[in-house]
Design a protein around this ligand. Sequence first.
Ligand SMILES: CC(C)(COP(=O)(O)OP(=O)(O)OC[C@H]1O[C@@H](n2cnc3c(N)ncnc32)[C@H](O)[C@@H]1OP(=O)(O)O)[C@@H](O)C(=O)NCCC(=O)NCCS
Length: 188
Amino acid sequence: MFVLPAPALVDPARGLVLRPWRSSDALVLATAWAVPDIATQATVPGVGTVANAERWIAGAPARRGVGMSLDLVVGPLGGDEVWGEVGLTRLRLTAGDATRDEVEIGWWVLPGHRRRGVATAAAGLLAPWALAQLDVPRLVARIEGGAEGSEAGATRVGLRRLTSLDATRDLWTGPSDRGAVPSAGLAG
Ligand SMILES: CC(C)(COP(=O)(O)OP(=O)(O)OC[C@H]1O[C@@H](n2cnc3c(N)ncnc32)[C@H](O)[C@@H]1OP(=O)(O)O)[C@@H](O)C(=O)NCCC(=O)NCCS
């Protein structure tokens, strides 16, 4: 399993940076985990308490070190604020007896920072970096069908819907799909 490096990714035109989580971000992270659509549509690892958020932030370097996930704050260039999160996670998909290891991209934006291109810019920075640096043929995303903004955002990042995962979620893939993905019966 390869080690995910920590990128320093900046969008100067938007004044946006992707940076590691800091312990001082715990309160805002706990608040984000309690936002209903973030809790249901993003993969939230714990109950929205500050103690859980602190533990999760403290574990980020270890998760990155073993290639499990890369979790980054989306925020202003030169500032401490948290606008949202974008991350990569190892995901094992199964189809019958076959399994495939994929890299999932996921993101969320705090309600006060939505509808100004933050999600599109953040995922648009991380996705090409991941394809170039991690030597993977594609990324995947689990997107709730019909969820407000989720499908539009995935499309803006260059992903396309591939198949249903379960009753509520679809599997999306891209941005440049250089490999075949089984088209049915996948489960995360
Ligand atoms: C979905 C989400 C990430 C959008 O964040 P955002 O920063 O507001 O998104 P952007 O401003 O980059 O907009 C991206 C596209 O989605 C559209 N969009 C965003 N929110 C929308 C909404 N509530 N209703 C309709 N369209 C919406 C935008 O119009 C834009 O499309 P366009 O450029 O073609 O008009 C945010 O609402 C969120 O965190 N939701 C909960 C978690 C989630 O769904 N994550 C995605 C799955 S991992």
